[in-house]
Design a protein around this ligand. Structure first.
Ligand code: AMP
Length: 394
């Protein structure tokens, strides 16, 4: 079965074509900077690697370009759009309506639209991706896989905010949780590796967006992101946890508009706001040269993660393993070292030599006498989406 995965972001479309159930990647690619005169299209199959710059004004044109590449008579990978059996769409916000992978129909599209105000950067782009794919791949089944779905198991005591109850009951204000596809994928890999006895896991997804999930007996029981993907850990450009009074102070006393505050908290804060850099590689390099802002930002980042590990260990009444994943979690030995430092109380001990090793597969980086396992697991959201699509249709 040929399953095309589409991850349509605010200015990009990532895609991957997989053969399932073998999980063979037929091709993968991305269009970045949609809306600019210099949009970058990358495409990689077993035989070809193509990078081109075009003017791509919107997602519709982007998906048309991708379809043309897939069908290209020389370098393409399919002969007809009918060769695609199903399309799995990553949808960021499924609200409380979707806790399962879902076949898309008009009602589903209406609900995704309804949840757009909750994820204004993501859901509208996801919807455009769905509508275009329906037009271009008429015979393919269209399926939505929601980032929020894995957190549908979080109990009320953890997902409800202490604000008037009608806002929860009638307006849907609650913590939803995100990065669910990634947390599900890596926690299942951890369980495959460690066995079911390791039932209390903490999954730490550190990429451009960062989040942390407590997983007990295979299900999410608490998560650091909340109503929107902005709460919790310090991210590339997002602040994570802040006191909401700061928003009112900035608006009422300092004279910022609400839109400006929103822009600052989501796009100009986090590691970027602290250091002037948003890529952790630059921050680590500057820190090694003595840049004090960068040194402090790294410490703050690790400290926030440690606090959540402490909180989730208490929530689960114990801890069997922590998992590092995504761009930073998989690649930054420094961030892992800062997080795992002085965690003796938890019986969590990092093996410094193992921490420096690199590998594209799962690896255990704790010392032999560490009671808590420390794992680095490469995430694969596309494969997880393909698995869920395949399982739904078979
Ligand atoms: P992701 O969103 O999972 O693609 O992660 C992207 C982020 O991972 C980048 O912004 C970098 O900050 C970080 N990253 C990638 N490679 C490395 C590396 N070798 N060392 C430190 N950080 C890295």
């Amino acid at each position: 079965m040929n399953i095309l995965i589409i991850n349509s972001g605010s200015s990009s479309i990532k895609y991957q074509l997989l053969e399932m159930p073998t999980a063979q990647v037929i091709c993968a690619g991305m269009i970045e900077r949609i809306g600019s005169t210099e949009s970058i299209s990358t495409f990689k199959s077993q035989e070809y690697k193509i990078e081109k710059i075009y003017e791509i004004t919107n997602h519709k044109e982007g998906l048309e370009r991708i379809t043309a590449l897939l069908l290209d008579s020389e370098k393409g990978v399919i002969e007809s759009t009918e060769d695609i059996d199903a399309i799995g769409h990553r949808v960021v916000h499924g609200g409380s309506a979707f806790t399962e992978t879902t076949l898309i129909d008009n009602e589903v599209k209406n609900k995704i639209k309804m949840f757009s105000p909750l994820a204004p950067l993501h859901n509208p782009a996801n919807l455009v991706g769905i509508e275009m794919a329906e037009k271009l791949f008429k015979s393919a089944k269209q399926i939505a896989v929601f980032d929020t779905a894995f957190h549908g198991t979080v109990p009320e005591k953890a997902k409800k905010y202490a604000i008037p109850t009608e806002l929860y009951n009638e307006k849907g204000i609650q913590a939803y949780g995100f990065h669910g596809t990634s947390h599900k994928y890596v926690s299942e890999k951890a369980t495959e590796y460690l066995g079911n006895n390791y039932a209390k896991l903490i999954s730490i997804h550190l990429g451009n967006g960062c989040s942390i999930t407590a997983i007990k007996n295979g299900v999410s029981i608490d998560h650091s992101m909340g109503f929107a993907p902005s709460n919790g850990l310090i991210m590339g450009t997002r602040s994570g946890d802040i006191d909401h009074s700061i928003i009112f102070y900035m608006v009422n006393t300092l004279g910022y508009s609400l839109d400006e505050v929103n822009e600052i908290l989501n796009k100009k804060s986090g590691m970027l706001g602290l250091t002037g850099f948003n890529d952790l590689r630059d921050i680590e390099s500057e820190a090694s040269k003595g840049n004090t802002n960068c040194v402090l930002a790294l410490k703050m980042n690790a400290y926030r993660i440690k606090k959540y590990i402490g909180a989730y260990t208490a929530a689960m009444n114990g801890l069997d393993a922590i998992i590092f994943t995504a761009g930073i979690g998989e690649n930054s030995s420094l961030m892992r070292q800062l997080v795992c430092k002085e965690m003796d109380y938890f019986n969590l001990h990092l093996d410094n030599a193992k921490n420096e090793l690199r590998s594209s597969t799962i690896r255990e980086i704790n010392t032999k006498d560490s009671e808590v396992k420390i794992l680095v697991i490469p995430t694969n959201e596309e494969l997880e989406i393909a698995k869920q699509v395949f399982n739904l249709l078979n």
